[in-house]
Design a protein around this ligand. Structure first.
Ligand code: DGY
Length: 331
């Protein structure tokens, strides 16, 4: 029997490719070339499945041009590259990779918060540049973490992981804002109190963004929101580029309207707004919050599990939309 044809749109771990090859006729992007949309469409011709990361667009144009496609399995948890309505309309299943990256990403959010508040990157650059000639009383004086107010915008699984680290590990008071309030058990586990977005912005000493990107969350943090924050506050974005207006943030950092920022994601990444590259009070990392070997392997294995389950007529493990039953009949 012919194996289903799948495209693996990004370079992945060799053991995942080997696993997929047991089940599928696999076309791989071995050089990890960043395809344009027309190139991606050309590669998808005749493929029934695609393995993606967080960048490859699956929208109405791609779906119309690739009628054989039945499933798009992403190894990322965020799926703003998928037009879910268009996929559901076209009967194409979307899956993502939640849960397996929660703790690793929460660890990173906390690491970025600490590096930002305690000026670790800035002071390291200073030392490497040979500028350290003597100790002084206020050298790279930063902000405390312990005992401060941790604000979280977007209280899903990763937000809850960060809240627990702050509350239980560092004695922080945790406040959060979310589309919907957590139930009382979860709030107690996170030691977190629900507040309005305005109170969150005005009160947090450290504000961590963990909400999903959608047109509704575009520029959730811009000039007006930054103006509400304390001048001593830090802002951390581990969610998605576009949630923060990066140009407005660069101005706020340069003018010290907030103390510092830590960013792992950017509008239009991998490009970074040039003004962010020239302000000292920002820590910049290249979208690596989930990047540990065990976690990236688990994410890729989950995407592979979804493809294998789907083409074996089983329920996918982590579906985003609700077309799997219709497709199972046809697959
Ligand atoms: C995710 O899983 O969404 C991470 O941001 C990696 O892209």
């Amino acid at each position: 029997m012919n194996k289903p044809k799948i495209l693996v749109a990004r370079a992945i771990f060799p053991e995942i490719t080997a696993r997929l090859q047991q089940h599928f006729d696999v076309t791989s992007n071995l050089t990890d070339e960043l395809w344009s949309k027309p190139q991606f469409i050309a590669q998808l011709q005749g493929k029934q499945g695609v393995f993606t990361a967080a960048r490859e667009p699956i929208d109405a144009d791609v779906l119309a041009a690739c009628p054989d496609l039945k499933i798009c399995a992403s190894m990322a948890v965020g799926f703003n590259n998928f037009d879910i309505d268009a996929m559901t309309k076209a009967g194409v299943l979307a899956t993502n990779a939640p849960d397996v990256l929660t703790e690793t990403t929460a660890d990173f959010g906390f690491a970025l918060l600490m590096a930002t508040a305690r000026r670790i990157a800035e002071s390291e650059h200073y030392l490497r540049a040979g500028k350290w000639i003597q100790w002084s009383h206020d050298q790279f004086a930063g902000r405390d973490i312990h005992g401060c107010i941790l604000g979280i915008l977007g209280m899903g699984r990763i937000g809850q992981g960060i809240a627990k680290r702050g509350a239980h590990g560092f004695g922080m008071k945790v406040i959060y804002h979310n589309r919907s309030r957590l139930d009382t058990t979860l709030e107690a586990q996170c030691k977190a109190s629900y507040v309005s977005k305005q109170e969150l912005l005005e009160t947090a000493d450290h504000l961590v963004l963990v909400l999903p990107y959608s047109p509704a969350s575009h520029h959730t943090i811009g000039t007006a929101e930054l103006a509400l924050m304390k001048p001593t506050a830090t802002l951390i974005n581990i969610a998605r580029g576009g949630i923060v207006d990066d140009a407005a943030l660069a101005v706020a950092l340069r003018e010290k309207r907030i103390a510092a920022a830590g960013l792992d994601v950017y509008e239009g990444e991998p490009k970074v707004h040039p003004d962010l590259l020239t302000v000292p009070n920002v820590v910049l990392t290249p979208h690596i919050a989930s990047s540990t070997f065990p976690t990236r392997l688990a994410m890729a294995n989950l995407a592979a599990d979804n493809l294998i389950a789907f083409f074996s007529g089983k329920d996918p493990l982590t579906p985003i939309n609700n077309v799997q039953l219709a497709m199972k009949k046809e697959a």
